[in-house]
Design a protein around this ligand. Structure first.
Ligand code: NAD
Ligand code: UGA
Length: 461
């Protein structure tokens, strides 16, 4: 079949894979190839066991793979053949040198720029899909200008707003698609080519076009605002626990104000995921590098509250269990950083598990998708941990259950049966406020939600 255009995506991760699968499904006249330096990942994309779990993803990949969607490790050939190249490589926090622990590590990003100039024979549109510091496109352009045959590359910013666990839905029905370009004739022309792709399924009024720098910075700001809401409600959850107010009632009362809105106000044991922390750190670093100390401090406090919330959660567990958890068996219900994903990057579960192990507890961890990642995350940790897919087995002979991830399956378990097979007194620490606390209390549990009064059978001292 003759395709209208060859689109390449460099980086077959959580963003590159699902995004290209949806573009392939919606744009059958385009040939889409996704490449990666990680051979195992590409092998998995070409197999029946995709490297990531996302609801509906398997079905879309099965429908498009080998038709107009291809996964390959041949980066050189595919760069040569592509007219549009999305770059969706990882941009983690730098761990070394200047800006360590704060700035974005752009080494993977920069390598792709060199791969592109070394293997291109025609002009191309380069699309920044990764989340990048503002003004990265300028650096990209400077490298691309050095191409041996003086080819013209237009750099476009098209940040991705999908959330894991709902990636396919977010891609199919996005709140908006953001496309940033230089406001020059060639910049606008290139931006239009990218608009054309999304216009196959996204209503035109939801495709927002801006200048390059606004687009790059909007992505960091969107994540910072989302995380800020969680830290705001989590900070209030600590106050609720001191005052017998209920954080869910407060979230409802506050969130029904249409100027505030109800989403992202679920108090929790802290936010996780590969991006919130790294993107805020990056925003803080950028602000500091421009001498904007107050701005940097303001956003840094969002991360500090998140760390405080995770610490506080563990402290509360130890305190409630009579200040010692040595040799006590504790079940972690969930390990993924949120429901409907197997991803454990920056998961609060990892922090909780490590802290409980340091206190010499014995852990049994259950999660419907994240056990493999949990195993490798805790590989170096000292202590006694077992992994169990069945939550009933995971809870056997434990003294406490800690809800880490808000999986639906944990909401509908028979907690009466679980209680019978636990050591007494039995505790539940609901780090997501997903369970029926009054019901659990009636069964016999001592219940510790987030930001709500605890329900215990102990006499008040
Ligand atoms: P990821 O680590 O899952 O995938 C990145 C992939 O790029 C890896 O498989 C890696 O092997 C590959 N890669 C690195 N350098 C390469 C090179 N030179 N050539 C070919 N392949 C290369 O990362 P991700 O979660 O998909 O995130 C990618 C970017 O998207 C990041 O900037 C992230 O901040 C942003 N983002 C992520 C999400 C999310 O939900 N994960 C959402 C929105 C935006
Ligand atoms: C987040 C953003 O929501 C996406 O728009 C963005 O594209 C993405 O980061 C990114 O740049 O990587 P993601 O991290 O996948 O998506 O998932 P979220 O749904 O945002 O959840 C992040 C964390 O916050 C999870 O640990 C979740 O459990 C927690 N959370 C979320 C709360 O604790 N309370 C809430 O009310 C909402």
């Amino acid at each position: 079949m003759n395709f209208r255009k060859n689109i390449l995506c460099i980086g077959a991760g959580y963003v590159g894979g699902p995004t290209m699968a949806v573009i392939a499904m919606k744009c059958p006249e385009y040939r889409i190839t996704v490449v990666d330096i990680n051979e195992d990942r590409i092998k998995a994309w070409n197999s029946d066991h995709l490297p990531i779990f996302e609801p509906r993803l398997e079905e879309i990949v099965r429908q498009t793979r080998g038709v107009n969607l291809f996964f390959s490790t041949d980066i050189k050939k595919n760069i040569k053949e592509a007219e549009i190249i999305f770059v969706s490589v990882n941009t983690p926090t730098k761990t070394f040198g200047q800006g360590a622990g704060m700035a974005s590590d752009l080494q993977y990003w920069e390598k792709t720029a060199y791969q592109i100039i070394e293997n291109s024979e025609d002009p191309k549109i380069i699309v920044e899909k990764s989340t990048l510091p503002v003004k990265t496109a300028q650096a990209m352009e400077r490298i691309l200008k050095e191409s041996k045959n003086h080819l013209r590359f237009e750099v476009i910013s098209n940040p991705e707003f999908l959330a894991e666990g709902s990636a396919v839905r977010d891609l199919i029905e996005p709140d908006r698609v953001l496309i940033g370009s230089h406001q020059t004739e060639s910049g606008l022309e290139a931006a239009n080519e990218i608009v054309d792709i999304y216009a196959h399924w996204v209503p035109r009024e939801k495709i927002v076009t801006t200048n390059l720098w606004s687009s790059e910075l909007s992505k960091l700001v969107a994540n910072a605002f989302l995380a800020q809401r969680i830290s705001s409600i989590n900070s209030i959850s600590a106050l609720c626990e001191k005052t017998e107010a209920d954080v869910s009632e407060i979230a409802y009362a506050v969130g029904t104000d249409s100027r505030i809105g109800s989403k992202f106000l679920n108090a929790s044991l802290g936010f996780g995921g590969s991006c919130f922390k790294k993107d805020i750190l990056n925003l803080v670093y950028i602000a500091r590098s421009y001498g904007l100390t107050e701005v940097a401090d303001y956003w840094e406090s969002v991360i500090k509250i998140n760390e405080y919330q995770q610490e506080r959660f563990v402290r509360n567990i130890i305190k409630a269990m009579f200040n010692t958890i040595v040799d006590k068996k504790i079940a972690l219900f969930g390990f993924a950083f949120k429901a409907n994903t197997g991803d454990t990057r920056e998961s609060p579960g990892k922090h909780v598990a490590k802290k409980l192990l340091e206190e010499k507890a014995i852990l049994s961890i259950t999660d419907p998708q994240a056990l493999d990642n949990a195993r490798s995350d805790l590989a170096g940790a000292d202590g006694n941990v077992c992994y169990e897919i069945d939550p009933y087995k995971a809870a056997l002979n434990t003294s406490a259950i800690v809800i880490v991830t808000e999986w639906d399956v944990f909401k509908s378990l028979d907690y009466g049966r679980i209680f019978e097979n636990m050591r007494k007194p039995a505790f539940i620490f609901d780090g997501r406020n997903i369970l029926n606390h009054r019901h659990l209390f009636k069964i016999g549990f001592n219940v510790y939600p987030i930001g709500k009064p605890s329900l215990t059978h102990f006499e008040k001292s």
